[in-house]
Design a protein around this ligand. Structure first.
Ligand code: LMR
Length: 409
């Protein structure tokens, strides 16, 4: 029997996908296509968060190229590894994240497809452990955070933490909002280089966050996607290490997209800390069974590159050196942009790839239409998209919109 000869009654009247509502395209990823379609040579791409060098390129890091050459020569098989991925990669990366002080018997790590995979695996693990838990997410945040937790079936709640007018942390507002959190709830934290604000808690504020989690039974879930791009590899992991030292249970979702420049390879990891080794063993089996049903096994190539870099002293040193220069470039651009207008002063103190400018949606659209300057609708800019010669161009285009805020445009 072919489809043509199927009796009419076997075709359902309500088609299965009829129930689906159309979804808006991802606004951030949409900027890639919008910018690509703009033919103006002077256009400036401050949209999606990828590192760019002085020539405006997103280069493959030297150590990555060298590691790929090593892999080409030495890799003997592409056979399956298992749901945990490359265990040597995860162990070497754990050294970068946690330093040499690790509660190994309470800590489980698995390789994941990017930081997004790590967040989703962690969300599924938390939902399986306690489907009543709410996830507290500071506003603003990366637009994919809430959907990841919601798709895992967890309720999300937002809390304040940032004062947009001053570009600084509003810690009191955060503590006020978190007064509604219940024991067992999850607190999502950006380990460093906050996306989109670039703001950071002081070490004292991190300590208060850890104490709050301990006192109220909250589980911290750290998103660490930019290690090395704020102040240094160890410095950028200090808050995560302190949290993991202070609390019985915590998670960290890690991304190698930015600090290894491996964006499209999808390289990440999830670590979960448990109260004791017996629980840790159960957590391990749950992480593996969830990973198996989500993606079976993570893609290998990017993780093999990271492993090859981290197990070779010369490649590791070269990666570190290039990362130092990337960070210096970002911080230099921050200082240059901050100096162009008093309204931008906080950008010099912020860190990482992003800053949020006090711009209306109309101003963002006008900058795009009139000047070919692309940024996220909330005024987030990718600092790395600037160059020494485009900082004044950008500042000039920005000036009327900033002056309008002062009421004397
Ligand atoms: C960004 O925030 O621009 C990046 O993390 C890319 C992404 O996946 O959204």
């Amino acid at each position: 029997m072919t489809f043509d000869t199927l009796p009419a009654r076997s075709i359902s009247t309500s088609l299965p996908f009829d129930t689906l509502a159309a979804q808006p395209a991802d606004a951030l990823l949409g900027l890639i296509a919008l910018h690509g379609a703009d033919n103006r040579p002077q256009k400036i791409d401050l949209g999606v968060g990828v590192f760019r060098d002085d020539a405006g390129e997103t280069p493959i890091m030297r150590a990555v190229k060298a590691a790929e050459a090593v892999l080409l020569e030495t890799q003997a098989t592409k056979s399956y590894l298992g749901a945990e991925g490359d265990a040597a990669y995860t162990a070497l990366l754990a050294g970068i994240v946690f330093g040499d002080k690790m509660a190994v018997e309470r800590l489980n790590g698995v390789q994941t497809p990017g930081g997004t995979g790590a967040l989703r695996l962690g969300a599924d693990l938390l939902a399986r452990a306690n489907c009543e838990a709410q996830v507290w997410i500071g506003t603003p945040t990366w637009p994919n955070h809430a959907p990841i937790f919601a798709e895992a079936g967890l309720a999300t709640r937002s809390h304040r933490f940032y004062d947009a007018a001053s570009g600084r942390i509003d810690f009191d507002a955060m503590l006020d909002d978190l007064a509604d959190a219940h024991s067992g709830d999850i607190l999502l934290l950006h380990g460093c280089c906050h996306n989109p604000t670039g703001s950071a808690f002081s070490p004292e504020q991190w300590r208060v966050v850890a104490d709050l989690c301990a006192a109220r039974g909250l589980i911290p879930f750290v998103d660490l996607a930019y290690q090395g791009l704020s102040d240094g590899l160890d410095e950028d992991a200090a808050a995560t290490r302190m949290i993991f030292d202070a609390l019985p249970s915590a998670l960290v979702a890690y991304s190698c997209d930015k600090n290894f420049g491996l964006y499209r390879e999808r390289v990440g990891a999830l670590w979960a800390l448990s109260a004791n080794s017996a629980i840790a063993e159960r957590v391990r089996t749950n992480m593996l069974s969830l990973a198996r049903s989500l993606w079976s096994m993570p893609p290998d190539h990017g993780a093999a590159i990271v492993r090859t870099i981290l197990e070779n002293d010369a490649l590791r040193a070269d990666w570190w050196d290039e990362l130092d220069k990337m960070r210096a470039r970002l911080n230099g651009l921050r200082a240059a942009l901050a100096a162009t207008h008093p309204r931008l002063a906080a950008i010099a103190d912020q860190r990482g790839m992003f800053a949020m400018l006090p711009l209306t949606l109309e101003a963002v659209a006008a900058l795009r239409d009139e000047h070919g300057i692309y940024m996220a609708g909330n005024g987030r800019i990718n600092i790395a998209g600037l160059r020494a010669d485009t900082v004044p161009v950008f500042a000039h285009a920005l000036r009327p919109h900033l002056e309008a805020l002062n009421g004397h445009a």
